[in-house]
Design a protein around this ligand. Sequence first.
Ligand code: ZN
Length: 157
Amino acid sequence: MKILILKALTVTSLVLISSITNLAFTQSRTSTISDTQIPYLAMGKGNSERSMIVTNPILCDEAPGPCRFFIRHVQAHRQSNHLILPPHAYPASTEAKADCFAAKNSNAQDVIDAYELLMQPDKASKYSIPGDLKVRAENIKTCAIKANNWIGNNIEG
Ligand SMILES: [Zn+2]
C-alpha cells in the first residue's frame, strides 16, 4: 500500500514538473525585454529551456522596421532549435537560415526596411549587424520573393 501511494505521488510530481516546464517554455517563447546597453537591434539570451528576446529600444526607435525583422530573426533561431548565441557567434549559414525565415514571416515593409539597411553598410554598422551585409541582403530578397513577400523592385538592387 505504501509503495502504491509512493508511486502515485511520483507520477503526480512528474506530471507537475512537466507542466511547470511546459509553462516556462511557453512563457519563454513570448518574453521580450529591453536593454539599451546591447549594441544590436535584437538578440537572444538564455538557453534552449529559458530564453528571451532582448531589444535595444533606442536603436529600435531609429530603425523600427529592421528591429521587427531582427526580432523575427531571433525567433527563427529558437524555432529552429539553434543554440542561443550572441549574433556574431553564428556561422553565416545559420544566419542565412534565420534571415530567410524572417524574410518569409515578417511584414513585407519590414523586410524591405531590413534589406535597405543592409544595403547601406555605413548606416548598418551602427547596429552591429554581423557578416557580409550585401550577401545577407540578397539572401533576404531571394527568400522574400520565393515566399511572395517581396514588395520591392525585382529588377534592380
Ligand atoms: Zn542570427
